[in-house]
Ligand binder design. Sequence first.
Ligand SMILES: Cc1ncc(COP(=O)(O)O)c(C=O)c1O
Length: 384
Amino acid sequence: MIKQRLLAPGPVEVPPAVLEALARPVVHHRSPAFVELFLAVRRRLAEVMLVPGEEVLVVTGSGTAGFEASLLAAVPAGGRVLSLHAGKFGERWAAMARRFGLRVVELSAPWGSTFDPDRVRDELRRSGPFDAITTTHSETSTGVLHDVEAIASVAREAAPDALLLVDAVTSLAAAELRPRAWGLDVVVSGSQKGLMVPPGLAFAYLSERAWQRSDALASEGALIGSYYLDLRKERARQREGQTAATPAVSLVAGLDVALRLLLEEGVDAVWRRREALNEALLASGEAVGLARYAVRPSPAVAALTTPNGIAAPDVIRRLAAVGIRIGAGQDEAKPRLLRPSVLGWADRFDVVTLAAALEDALRDLGRDVAFGAATAAALRSLAS
Ligand SMILES: Cc1ncc(COP(=O)(O)O)c(C=O)c1O
């Protein structure tokens, strides 16, 4: 028997209390019990996002559905979008915008690096005006945490009318994220990452300014529109504890428990814990010859490259053989990148286990790795 461990940057392991809620009898979505549950979940979600009292909408679908719904709610047909990307997910938003016929200007940075705010400012001035700017906070494909606060500040100065749409799929409840204080217009996330719920729910926060834009565009008939992913229709229904179509009621019940757990710990404490665990994971990798890939690491994922002569897929296969599933590199990063993560229901002993398994895998592949090298580094990092 091999114990399975899910240590990838989503989906993640789910706390037993959440699993228990998922297994409860299904409630009817038009019942008073669901209305009460859903209103409480929306309230707590806004607290976890640090936008208490504001609208956070729940979409049944993965994070991508939340991004698509937001783009359709906030950007006019034929509008102009500046897409900032330095990884797979940032690139995805450019592709999505183009798919809807939006006019996209792309500003990229190499994978593993981040954007220079001065370059963003120059591009906004040179190629503007834009209706929207899309960016990714925690770029899961590279493990980089982009400085969204700095990007927002530059955007406000150089393109005050452009809405800033932020992918916070792996940064919510993992990295410091302050939509109000930073002036973010749209923030999108998903259930299967830092919120520790199975995949299937997306979340979208729109600022007051974003809603005003959406309302104005709708009254001019300027939105592209979608029947299902219609945040304006959802806003009206969700204020009453309802959704336009049948929601994933069991996932909402699980989310309720997960949000309570996060709020009990405190959002700041969750950020600190996850950062410390991720840092220990990075330290353990470095101790056995792996190298950090991200210039500014996201707490959601420990992006580590393998040394010369060691193929990342071989390490991943060896970990899988002992029941440990981590993230693989994507596209250009596939041959050398490992993306383990302790974003889910994980603690320091998960880090130590992963460190030990990494040692084993590298020894199997012929590296001269001392027993305890990675685990000692992890424990030292956690003790500091
Ligand atoms: C940063 C980021 N954005 C977007 C997505 C896409 O989310 P989903 O697969 O839930 O649609 C992911 C998924 O891993 C992600 O990590």
